[in-house]
Structure formats: structure tokens, C-alpha cells
Design a binder for this molecule. Structure first.
Ligand code: NAP
Length: 282
């Protein structure tokens, strides 16, 4: 049997929770408890289904008791508004997925989807994203994290295409500045050349979904990074593979955002290889 929880839970053990609705299918408890065990930190991680009205009580109570945790759908924006101390990633994306307390009773928060995306991007590109030209598909929470991550990594230009154009405009305004360009109609993409295409839509969660893009319409796609993951090969990755484009799914970002959260709580390096093993064995 694999040991996935801390060996002993005592009265001193820190409690970290995933707060969201739903949470039952999350990989975070296995991922974090394995990381706690591998590093010997005294913590336990549990998932708690939580209504929006209960979020403030859970976050403040846990943080003041020395704990913290993650926040997931649909509470990331609300969590950002409840913090006392916000990271730059929270301020710029308006979302919080990680929180913890300090000795003065303040609640701190970060959005480690940004750092997680950046680390996964570096692993995938095997180097820097400086100067690259990117097509970003989607305009929800994951797209906001990816857009900020891309700009902070030095991307030269990010074109954003989303089913609902107004949402693409909103994230371009909020985060993108001069380097973001909103694609109004898909035809504008014909013949365009990109170093990287990122799928931040939720298309692909179901194996039978269509790919969010027809790669054949582009002049070039140097690489394709899906933020969606599952037990199946995602339709975006399948389409990229069929077009001979190097690709990856969202599992590395899942690991890396968890690793960045771990580091917020414990201030020690996360055991990334162990976390990869846990995700791969699910
Ligand atoms: P979200 O805020 O609900 O945004 C969903 C996005 O997908 C929107 O841009 C939406 O377009 C688009 N979309 C949904 N259905 C579509 C369809 N049928 N056709 C075209 N576009 C469609 O969700 P999110 O939090 O950004 O998450 C997006 C995906 O990223 C999810 O699959 C999630 O699991 C994944 N994710 C992965 C990680 C990771 O660690 N790997 C982290 C975060 C999220 P509209 O604006 O037009 O509705």
C-alpha cells in the first residue's frame, strides 16, 4: 500500500483544505498529502464542499488557526475579494486559488495558476518564452492566468480568441495591455503564424469534444499546450499530434500549481517528481 497521508496526525498538525463546489473528483488531496509525506511537513489536506456564503468563515477560521488551503470553482473570484494581503497574481487576475494566515491573523492569498502555468510552460518549451508569438484560446479563469503568465515570461504578442468576444476584450483590457490583441472572428486567424497555441477553454474535458481549433487554418503553430487534462488524450492534443505539432496536456500545470501552493504554505521546495508520480498514477 502507498502511504499518501502524513504518518501521524496530532493536535499540532496544520489543516489545509480545498474549498469549492464540487470537490469530490479533485486530485489535490492525493497530490498534497503525498507531498506532505515526502517532505515530512506536519500537515493534512482535505477537500470540503463549500457554499459561497460559507467561504469567508472557512478561509478566516482556517487561516487564523495556522492552516490554509486552496479555493476552486466557483469561488476563486470571491476568495480574492476576502483577502487581507494579495499577491500580484491575485491583483492582476482577480482570482485566488491559495490562501494561508500569518501571525497577525491576516489572510494572505496567491493565484498559483499563474506560477503553475509559467513553470509548466518552461518545462514544455525547455527554455524561455521570451519574444514568442502566442494564440490563446479562451477567456475564463485559466486564460487570465495564462495571459498574465505569458506576458510575465516575455511573450511578444498574445492573440486571444474566445467564443464570447466581450470576455476576450475584458481580459485583454485587464491584463494584456499593448501586447494583447482580440480576434473578433475566427477567419482572422487564417494563415497566421504562432510559436505557441494555448487551449484555455474547457473544450476537451469530455473525450468526445471537438478540438477548439483547426490547426490547418493557421500558417504555422510551433507548439500546442493544452491546459485541459483528463484520463483521455485531449481533443486539442489529438488534433495537434495529427498535424505533426509538438503538444502537451494540462497535467504538468496541475502538478506545478500544486507545487507552488505547497511552497506558499511551507516555504520549502515542493517534491515535484513525487507529485508527478501521484498524478500519473490516478
Ligand atoms: P471558465 O472560467 O469556465 O472558462 C471556460 C472557457 O471555455 C471560456 O473561455 C468559455 O468561452 C470556453 N468554452 C466553454 N465551452 C465552450 C465551447 N463549447 N466552445 C468554445 N469555447 C467554450 O473555466 P476555466 O477555469 O478557465 O477552465 C478552463 C479549463 O482549464 C478547464 O478545462 C480547466 O480544467 C482547465 N484548467 C486547468 C488547470 C491546470 O492546472 N491544468 C488550471 C485551471 C484550469 P465563453 O467565454 O464563450 O463561455
Amino acid at each position: 500500500m502507498t502511504l499518501t497521508t502524513s504518518p501521524t496526525v496530532t493536535a499540532k498538525t496544520r489543516v489545509l483544505t480545498l474549498l469549492g463546489d464540487p470537490v469530490a473528483h479533485s486530485a489535490s488531496p492525493e497530490l498534497q498529502n503525498a507531498a506532505f509525506a515526502a517532505t515530512g511537513v506536519d500537515g493534512v489536506y482535505v477537500a470540503v464542499r463549500c457554499a459561497g456564503d460559507d467561504l469567508v468563515g472557512f478561509m478566516r477560521g482556517l487561516a487564523r488557526a495556522g492552516g490554509g488551503g486552496n479555493v476552486t470553482i466557483p469561488h476563486k473570484e470571491k476568495a480574492a475579494s476576502l483577502l487581507d494581503v494579495r499577491s500580484e497574481a491575485v491583483r492582476r487576475t482577480g482570482a485566488c486559488n491559495t490562501f494561508w494566515g500569518d501571525a497577525r491573523g491576516r489572510v494572505h492569498g496567491d493565484n498559483t495558476d499563474v506560477e503553475g502555468f509559467q513553470r509548466a510552460l518552461r518545462v514544455f518549451l525547455e527554455g524561455s518564452a521570451q519574444g514568442i508569438r502566442v494564440l490563446l484560446l479562451g477567456a475564463g479563469g485559466a486564460a487570465r492566468a495564462a495571459l498574465l503568465g505569458l506576458l510575465q515570461e516575455g511573450a511578444e504578442e498574445v492573440w486571444i480568441y474566445n467564443r464570447t468576444k466581450e470576455r476576450a476584450r475584458a481580459i485583454a483590457r485587464r491584463i494584456g495591455g499593448q501586447k494583447a490583441r482580440v480576434v473578433s472572428v475566427v477567419r482572422e486567424l487564417e494563415g497566421e503564424r504562432f510559436d505557441l497555441v494555448v487551449n484555455a477553454t474547457s473544450l476537451g474535458l469530455a473525450e468526445g469534444d471537438a478540438s477548439p481549433i483547426d490547426f490547418a487554418m493557421l500558417g504555422r503553430a510551433g507548439a500546442a499546450m493544452d491546459l485541459v487534462y483528463g484520463r483521455h488524450v485531449t481533443p486539442f492534443v489529438r488534433a495537434a499530434d495529427a498535424a505533426g505539432i509538438r503538444s502537451t496536456d494540462g497535467l504538468e500545470m496541475l502538478v506545478q500549481q500544486g507545487a507552488a501552493s505547497f511552497e506558499c504554505w511551507w516555504d520549502v521546495d515542493a517534491p515535484v517528481d513525487r507529485m508527478r508520480e501521484v498524478v500519473a498514477s490516478r
